[in-house]
Design a protein. Sequence first.
Length: 115
Amino acid sequence: QVQLVESGGGLVQAGGSLRLSCAASGIIFSKKAMAWYRQAPGKQRELVAHIATDGTTTYADSVKGRFTISRDNARNTVYLQMNSLKPEDTAVYYCNDYPHVFGSWGRGTQVTVSS
């Protein structure tokens, strides 16, 4: 059974930084493209960034140049370094495979950016 545990969120002022982590189990992590998604209050969940098995990365336009996704296959962990945070980045952040077609989600980690 796939288990995803996100951590690292918190309250930060605009312009600040956070580093999110997601520990995955129950999957052959090194063979999966992984991604970070987020869901703001009253909005649909959206894709933030994804990383292929070869390390190729892709970002949503809204975070390009500010966020960096990375992975450590030895630790079955995917990271999201978030710099220059803005209030509009406030959301619950989730990780999952990419593209995510079926299966459950973790609990996510709350990121709140104050102005």
